[in-house]
Design a protein around this ligand. Sequence first.
Ligand SMILES: [Fe+2]
Length: 219
Amino acid sequence: MAQRTAAPAGVERELARLPKGLREHVQRVRVLARELAGALGADAARVELAAAGHDLARAVAPDELLREAERLGIVPDAVEAAAPILLHGPVAAERLRREFGVRDAQVLQAVRCHTTAHPGLGLVGQVVFLADKLEPQKTAGRPALDGLLDLAARDPERAIAEYLTEELAVQLQRGLLLHPRAVEARNAFLRSGSVAGRVEGRRRTVSRKGAPSRSAGRG
Ligand SMILES: [Fe+2]
């Protein structure tokens, strides 16, 4: 697949400094986001920029994320204050805006909300969210997510609802805090996802024995 990029050179330099595993994850997200954008008719340049920038702050330690958020004028909500990793999207979006001149509202929303989604998430954000959650390494060992990528390519809203239903169930099982925006997004997309998606949707598997062991839903 072509490696063309819509990301500013400064973003590429930032990416090059990320830890290897994270750099490789971002590359997989960029590839998958490009494919989904093509299938769904999403704006390729916006999707590429948001996919490239979404995890710029993912390697920042929790305490430092809280300091960065304060420096950037981001006020953490109660769940973000308790789980600062959730701030890596908002911090990355604000850095893209301030340091790299990104002004596109869809791109900034996609980056800001890529961890929890958002009930008003636009198509660019939907593509980036799904690519982030469904890239091969993140779905490996999670059979509950089987079939979601196919669904994403034809009904992204339904796929987000399905993903969040599964993910929120896992977070409940693990005793984690739920972010209200993720619950609101799940409810919103459950209502708006197509009837076709609902009828064709995969069998619910959240009640299977054992939750995935990998960290879930915070990336
Ligand atoms: Fe990511």
